[in-house]
Design a protein around this ligand. Structure first.
Ligand code: GLC
Length: 388
């Protein structure tokens, strides 16, 4: 398919998922009828690449949900709230998600889309909140619920007692119940923001990389040296504390729970490569990124698998336990180009486009076959038209 045709198709799909009254795309009208933080940031990136002014509007809407203390919630509810209890606030969840708004601000600026001073200020406050309320003494950021990482059902979280450790015993309902139980262990501050958990606290490689990247990117837009310095500190902490030389990946660190149960932060998941977005260490970056193409690691015919293909927990068709994801592919593309691995980036882009060209726009897909999985059409899959 010609690139222009793909752009037209992506624009049409996003337009159908757009809610003009609320100012954002729902990820999917049936399965995900609310605003999700990182989804909407990716939608804004695509709108900007398509030259559509809805880019600024959607990014504004992500940050319009900011709590008084600064936390940006992972969801803002549409007309009706979700059936799950996600904290004490009526209109939003009380947990967060990867703060991709820092990168979105940069991507919009690069496309010449004006981002308001108010939104830039809110983005800075959102990143300040993470730095002030979600940082360990040694400069790693932590999360208090698996959903904050974005990779909700990753085998990385199995060490916290989540059910469904193998493809054979995977049970989505049981897994949901476990997530609800974990939500019950979260404590909140006066503004309703989640600050701690008695059962689950972790410093994930992915979340730290996304957050440091967001800081570096926003700092580029605003010329904010302090913020750029924080990004470097998180990246250095990741290199010092999360890097696993046996696997050549950045691993997750268990802070509450997990470890007692054997911990599974070292499951070879592809978000363990994301440190390459921010590290200053070229050797680590190259060693991690190389695995995106290696067949015995993440290299599959239709884009990087989310779990190493030779690992026993790999299931190419099961939610967060193996499939390829468009937003991860987009970020891999950025990381690969950052380190000059253009042929590998081209390959990731090719795979994401090949799936999008089939016209189903799946939420995620089987990396072995390209078969559509999850909700469809899913807005963030339009990233195929905005790949780096
Ligand atoms: C799922 C994903 C999460 C995403 C949401 C909306 O919960 O795990 O990352 O933000 O769907 O697409």
């Amino acid at each position: 398919m010609h690139a222009d045709d793909l752009r037209t198709a992506a624009a049409g799909m996003l337009d159908r998922n757009w809610d003009d009254a609320r100012g954002y795309c729902v990820p999917n009208p049936d399965t995900y009828p609310h605003l999700w933080l990182w989804d909407s940031c990716f939608h804004a990136v695509v709108w900007a690449r398509l030259g559509d002014p809805r880019a600024a509007r959607e990014l504004d809407e992500v940050l319009a949900g900011q709590l008084p203390g600064g936390m940006v919630p992972h969801m803002r509810y549409g007309a009706e709230g979700p059936d799950a209890w996600l904290g004490p606030l009526p209109g939003t969840s009380s947990i967060t998600q990867p703060p991709v708004f820092g990168h979105a601000a940069r991507a919009l600026a690069d496309q010449g889309v004006a981002v308001s001073a108010d939104t830039l200020e809110k983005a800075r406050r959102g990143l300040d909140w993470l730095w002030e309320h979600r940082r360990t003494d040694d400069d790693l950021l932590f999360i208090v619920h698996p959903w904050e990482a974005g990779n909700d059902h990753s085998p990385r979280w199995d060490g916290w007692g989540g059910p469904g450790r193998t493809p054979a015993d995977y049970d989505r309902a049981a897994r949901s119940q476990w997530n609800k139980d974990l939500m019950g262990a979260v404590s909140f501050d006066d503004a309703g923001a989640a600050v701690w958990s008695s059962r689950f606290v972790a410093a994930p490689a992915g979340f730290n990389a996304y957050s440091a990247f967001a800081m570096a990117e926003l700092a580029q837009v605003t010329g904010d040296d302090e913020l750029a310095g924080r990004a470097r500190r998180i990246a250095a902490a990741m290199d010092a504390r999360l890097w696993d030389p046996a696997q050549n990946l950045w691993n997750d660190l268990a802070l509450v729970g997990g470890a007692e149960d054997g911990g599974t932060g070292d499951i070879p998941a592809s978000d363990g490569v994301m440190g390459a977005l921010v590290t200053a260490d070229g050797e680590k970056a190259q060693a991690a990124l190389r695995q995106l193409r290696e067949p015995e690691r993440f290299g599959a015919p239709f884009g990087p698998a989310n779990v190493a293909r030779t690992h026993p927990s790999y299931d190419p068709r099961s939610y967060w336990r193996g499939p390829a994801w468009p937003q991860l592919s987009y970020l891999f593309g950025i990381a690969l180009r950052r380190w000059g691995l253009d042929a590998d980036a081209d390959e990731v882009v090719r795979a994401a486009r090949a799936v999008a060209e089939r016209g189903e726009w799946p939420e995620y897909w089987d990396p072995e076959t390209g078969d559509a999985l999850g909700a469809a059409p899913q807005s963030w899959t339009a990233l195929a038209a905005a790949m780096p």
